[in-house]
Design a protein around this ligand. Structure first.
Ligand SMILES: Nc1ncnc2c1ncn2[C@@H]1O[C@H](COP(=O)(O)OP(=O)(O)OP(=O)(O)O)[C@@H](O)[C@H]1O
Ligand SMILES: [Mg+2]
Length: 396
């Protein structure tokens, strides 16, 4: 390609009005079909604004993947802050996704850095919390801490977070907590003790056809220029959302179709594009990231997927994945790296959110812990197929 052709690509008309409105972290100005959940949140937390004592409250939002838990909590946070300010209540909304912050300590350090500008080195978690709470009191502020994917923390840590108000005294804890988790994940960590600290549990159900239609119509109106997405296309995507119980699927399909249309110079989305995109979409699986992996990471990922496929458990352990990794390397005549390097690749995949891993204590193990790895959302079989295709192209 020469510079003129390069320039020409930029001159092509785009179907998008605002492609960033399809980003996962985007919070739309209007949130359709979640009125009840939002109302419940308002009535749980309004005491922070209404009452001088400013109580400490804890609420959980749960539901299946892609039902709008994250977007609902962010929408609530954003608007709650605005109303609080109108009422002269200085509120700080802090959102953490435990995919990025894997421990309670990491979250607390981050907060400490932000609120007291200290690194937090040398402080215990408890001391750090004390510093943050004192700072809030001094500034006459209040914090709503939103913790997404909270099941990635240890149950003990979840308990400790919910127990802050008890530990430091309700007068001193200018802090409320909104936890988010998929129902199934939450069930693994829920205990009586944790339950006893929750003021309320809000469950979000998947959207039905009518709701999906409404949401997708609104979202495509924000993202695309007029006339790009016709009603029958929206209808078609809504059906896919309902079939999978997952709105993320729909948003991803819109994004993929738009990018494809731009690249190929189409002015409208078509049913074929939707079908094509739908086959490629796994709601939280990040295909764009897989494309960027290096050979060793791809082979490592294959090891994880294949060993998950073999043992049919939700988690696999490093040793099993490493064996599969060695096998696939042999298949393609590639020299496998040592286990320590393999662990490094897994850590990198973890950081990229392609796999989730966590260290688990086990009593029988001499070293007392091992690393559990799982895939985020894509079925192991699908990933193995995808990687097979990539390898065939690369190594044949
Ligand atoms: N009511 C809604 N209005 C507009 N967009 C929505 C709505 N509900 C969900 N979405 C969009 O659908 C996608 C998935 O929603 P979200 O990320 O909130 O799901 P989730 O329940 O947190 O899923 P997961 O458990 O996988 O994290 C996002 O792009 C979000 O913006
Ligand atoms: Mg979410």
């Amino acid at each position: 390609m020469d510079i003129d052709k390069f320039r020409e690509e930029f001159k092509k008309k785009s179907v998008f009005r605002q492609v960033s409105s399809l980003d996962l972290s985007y919070v739309p100005d209007t949130l359709f079909c979640r009125d009840e959940a939002i109302r419940e949140l308002i009535h749980n937390f309004r005491r922070i604004i209404d009452e001088k004592e400013q109580p400490s409250l804890s609420v959980l939002i749960h539901g299946k993947g892609g039902v709008g838990k994250s977007v609902t909590s962010r929408y609530f946070g954003k608007n709650f802050k605005e109303i609080a300010l109108e009422n002269d209540v200085k509120i700080f909304i802090e959102y953490f996704n435990c995919i990025n912050f894997r421990t309670k300590s990491k979250i607390i350090r981050e907060l400490l850095g932000k609120y007291t500008h200290g690194s937090g080195r040398g402080f215990s978690d408890d001391e750090a919390i004390k510093l943050i709470l004192s700072k809030l009191i001094r500034d006459n502020g209040y914090m709503l801490l939103i913790i997404d994917e909270v099941h990635l923390l240890k149950p003990k840590e979840v308990w400790a977070i919910l127990d802050i108000a008890e530990t430091y005294g309700h007068q001193n804890a200018k802090l409320s907590i909104l936890l988010i988790s998929r129902t199934q994940d939450w069930m693994r960590i829920e205990t009586e003790r944790i339950l006893s600290r929750l003021n309320s549990k809000i469950k979000l159900e998947p959207y039905d056809m009518e709701e999906s239609n409404k949401i997708l119509e609104y979202r495509s109106g924000l993202a695309f220029k007029d006339g790009v997405v016709h009603d029958d296309i929206i209808e078609m995507i809504s059906q896919i959302v309902v079939d999978h119980n997952n709105m993320r699927h729909g948003i991803e399909i819109l994004r993929k179709c738009g990018l494809y249309a731009d690249k190929e110079g189409f002015e409208k989305l078509t049913a074929d594009m939707v079908r094509e995109a739908s086959n490629e979409v796994y709601p939280t699986f990040r295909g764009d990231v897989v494309d960027k992996l290096n050979d060793q990471e791809l082979l490592g990922l294959y090891g994880v997927a294949q060993s998950l496929l073999n043992n049919e458990e939700p988690y696999t352990i490093v040793d099993d994945a490493f064996l599969e990794y060695q096998t696939i390397c042999e298949t393609y005549d590639i020299k496998p790296h040592v286990k320590m390097s393999f662990r490094k690749y897994i850590r990198e995949l973890n950081q990229l959110k392609i796999v989730a891993s966590r260290t688990v204590r086990i009593e029988e193990d001499k070293r007392g812990r091992h690393l559990e790895i799982t895939l985020l959302d894509i079925p192991a079989k699908k990933l193995v197929d995808l990687l097979d295709t990539i390898f065939e192209k690369k190594y044949k």
